[in-house]
Ligand binder design. Structure first.
Ligand code: TXA
Ligand code: MG
Length: 319
């Protein structure tokens, strides 16, 4: 059911949950001070309680209220990229329920870049916890229709158009080693990658801080099986369309519509195209998505590759 912004605020303030648009994917939101709303998020998504949630705040000054000791580099990056698709892991303070962090002493925080989400945060005056608005392990939603299609229980959704980024935020944690040197770990790749972070650090004292992809040492939330379509997905790596044509019919309903060769547009298309093929493929076998080798191995495309490695049940290499 599509609801107005005012209705969403009313529901949130009465301990209910609503699906809201962000620039990355739609989120299933509840007030962080409402344990009953937080529990509903986990129940509705069928998400295990060990998988921690992201807290969405208005801005940096809000973020500082819900966690302890932000160092200058964290403040700098948050100021540079927020509102936007960057999530920062911080020590939590007592205002953050353990339901949100799955018992961990750290919390994931970001400020979403969507006017509707921001308007709602200004009104609730309370941050909102929000995982992607999909059933646990399934493809993330990038439109209100995706959310409506996803849940059997009636989830109220605020219409916010198609998500502009299209894949989830980059998740990072910043460490300081024994020699007081900073280190940035990226736990979940996203559109803000090492290159974008490095650019932001140019001409600052942090210009040579190492930035590395690392799986999160504590969060069991980053499971191998994720973003899954209903029918099993086969990813086929090819050098050209003519290679693909030797083995597949290109006007096959189970073939995922072609992604753009521009990474920002492809990120926006990815989940929608997977969902479209999943819906229209009447054949009960599997979906096929093809990807060019050149892009598959390109660092700018790593965030999409990471999603597909988790979404696919098979990866096939065609020469
Ligand atoms: O773009 C996004 O981040 C979207 C929109 C709705 O904001 N949200 C989203 O939430 O993707 P979710 O729950 O689907 O993913 C949260 C990710 C998981 O990979 C989880 O493991 C990680 O954040 N995470 C949350 N809290 C963490 C913590 N304390 N330590 C390490 N990782 C954490
Ligand atoms: Mg998710």
């Amino acid at each position: 059911m599509i609801i107005s912004i005012n209705k969403a605020i009313e529901l949130l303030n009465s301990n209910d949950i609503v699906a809201l648009p962000t620039e990355t994917v739609y989120g299933l939101a509840g007030r962080i001070d409402s344990d009953s709303a937080l529990k509903k998020i986990f129940q509705c998504k069928r998400r295990p309680l060990f998988d921690p949630l992201i807290v969405h705040v208005k801005d940096v000054s809000d973020a500082i209220k819900y966690s302890t000791s932000w160092n200058p580099l964290e403040i700098y990056l948050a100021t540079k990229f927020w509102p936007g698709p960057l999530t920062i892991i911080k020590e939590k303070n007592n205002s953050i329920s353990e339901l949100i962090t799955a018992g961990l002493n750290k919390v994931a925080i970001r400020s979403p870049d969507h006017s509707i989400f921001q308007e709602i945060l200004k009104s609730t005056q309370c941050p909102l916890a929000a995982p992607s608005a999909n059933i646990f392990k399934s493809t993330s939603p990038t439109s209100s229709q995706h959310v409506l299609d996803e849940f059997k229980c009636e989830i109220p959704v605020v219409e916010g158009g198609n998500c502009n980024v299209g894949i989830e935020s980059t998740v990072i944690e910043i460490f300081i080693d024994v020699n007081s040197n900073y280190l940035i770990h990226i736990y979940r790749p996203g559109i803000i990658g090492p290159k974008q972070i490095q650019n932001a650090l140019q001409n600052t004292e942090w210009y040579n801080v190492p930035i590395e992809y690392k799986p999160s040492p504590v969060s069991p939330g980053q499971l191998q099986e994720h973003y899954r379509t209903k029918k099993p997905l086969e990813v086929v790596l090819v050098d050209s369309l003519s290679t693909l044509e030797k083995y597949y019919h290109l006007n096959n309903d189970c073939l995922v519509p072609k992604l753009s060769t521009d990474v920002h547009i492809a990120a926006r298309e990815l989940y929608g195209n997977l969902r479209l093929a999943d819906k229209r493929c009447s054949n009960t076998q599997f979906l096929t998505l093809y990807f060019f080798h050149e892009l598959w191995n390109h660092p700018d495309w790593y965030p999409l590759k990471e999603r597909l490695l988790k979404a696919a049940s098979t990866i096939k290499n065609l020469k």
